[in-house]
Design a protein around this ligand. Structure first.
Ligand SMILES: Cc1cc2nc3c(=O)[nH]c(=O)nc-3n(C[C@H](O)[C@H](O)[C@H](O)COP(=O)(O)OP(=O)(O)OC[C@H]3O[C@@H](n4cnc5c(N)ncnc54)[C@H](O)[C@@H]3O)c2cc1C
Length: 367
């Protein structure tokens, strides 16, 4: 006779920043939560540029998000170095320089720490277990095991199985290649725009003893030049031993229309929770995870609607996401222009506008 599936209050698919944060707040609310992740060690292998804003910078970027210090408790051991400047670099190589308080993470340690935090609140983890299908309250793994829950959360990133099977909305995905390189790379985080990264951007983010260097593109703007060719060319501008090569994909069209269907929720990359104008996804996934976790607890305790998750997300992040989407759309149009025009467009006169684009404020003060 087949074994009866284990029954949980909540199952979370994926234990990245979105899933582990959701699980942390569900467990804090006293509910039984199981996180299922396909990786043996959550966070590995690295798929990230590893830059996050400091908590002070997050308060400026997302002013309607409460209690940032409770949400984002990045431990010292997960910080590779602090940065205080961002350079926006046009094709000419002459940067526009801005003050920016950033943390360069050791992302693998960061995600492991989020797992430990959620576990310390009572969340349980099943790793090395890929979710194959979700049907109503039942989650089926690739190896045939089944689990049941009152609420199921899809936090499996850009290729989440719940999103794939239950939502038909598509997101624009940007393919990315990056490396870790040894050496000295100054103090500033650099974002490079122009034909070296059509429709996307390239980055050089200094770490303690090296840098994370990468590039993402919109394929339909790259005129047949492959991501590999563009990434190799950009990375070859820097000398140093390459110690790691990675790749990934980032949803860049902003949040999808609805995060909730019945007792199913999406959070993090699976719901498009990445700010398209700057690629920030880690902290934004955690903002979504906290709202999702708290909404689920209230739903299980008092029968309140799971759709309150969407309402609260809009209250905290609606205008930031709207501005970021608008900036990305305008930016994608501007980035089609030849490099010589971009070189003229990035100048001391336009410097404040460029910063408004990157930091998700209304690009032109009035709309
Ligand atoms: C190359 C690259 C560079 C980036 N750089 C930055 C950066 O510098 N700063 C920043 O803020 N953001 C960056 N991002 C974005 C950021 O990494 C994501 O937004 C963030 O990780 C989203 O968290 P998440 O929990 O939603 O998804 P993820 O971190 O992708 O976690 C999803 C988890 O789900 C698991 N999973 C997936 N499918 C299944 C399944 N079927 N069964 C079980 N488990 C499953 C995966 O194993 C994974 O552990 C970058 C992304 C990429 C790809």
């Amino acid at each position: 006779m087949a074994e009866e599936p284990e029954i949980w209050d909540v199952i979370v698919i994926g234990g990245g920043p979105a899933g582990s944060t959701t699980a942390r707040y569900v467990a804090e609310g006293g509910k039984k939560v199981l996180v299922i992740d396909g990786r043996d060690s959550i966070g590995s292998p690295l798929q990230c540029g590893e830059l996050v804003p400091t908590n002070d910078e997050m308060r400026r970027l997302c002013p309607d998000v409460p209690d940032i210090d409770d949400l984002l408790r990045t431990p010292e051991e997960a910080i590779s170095r602090r940065t205080s400047e961002m350079h926006i670099v046009p094709p000419s190589g002459r940067p526009l320089k801005y003050p920016f308080d950033g943390l360069m993470l050791n992302r693998v340690l960061h995600d492991e720490w989020l797992v430990d935090l959620a576990s310390s609140k009572g969340a349980e983890y099943l790793t090395g277990a890929r979710v194959e299908a979700v049907d109503g309250e039942t989650v089926t793994l690739r190896d045939g095991r089944q689990f049941m829950a009152k609420v199921i959360v899809g936090a499996g990133g850009h290729n989440d199985p719940l999103r794939r099977s239950h939502w038909n909305e598509s997101s624009l995905k940007i393919p990315i290649k990056f490396v870790l390189m040894d050496g000295k790379f100054g103090d500033a985080v650099e974002l490079h725009f122009g034909s070296m990264a059509p429709g996307g951007y390239a980055w050089v983010f200094p770490k303690e003893n090296g840098a994370n260097i990468g590039l993402g593109i919109q394929k339909d703007l790259s005129r047949g030049t492959s991501l590999n060719t563009l990434a190799d060319k950009f990375i070859s501008n820097y000398q140093g031993e390459i110690t790691f090569r990675g790749a990934g994909s980032l949803p860049m069209s902003g949040t999808i229309n609805s995060f909730v269907k019945g007792s199913h929720l999406l959070v993090g990359d699976s719901a498009g929770m990445v700010l398209p104008s700057n690629g920030a996804g880690i902290t934004i996934a955690m903002i979504g995870g906290r709202i999702a976790g708290q909404t689920i607890v209230s739903h299980l305790d008092n029968g309140t609607s799971l759709h309150n998750y969407e309402t609260e997300w809009k209250r905290q992040m609606g205008s930031v996401m709207r501005n970021s989407k608008l900036s990305f759309r305008i930016g994608s149009w501007i980035m089609r222009l030849p490099d010589w025009i971009l070189n003229m467009a990035f100048n001391p006169m336009t410097k404040p506008f460029v910063w408004r684009f990157v930091t998700c404020r209304k690009p032109f003060f009035i709309f």
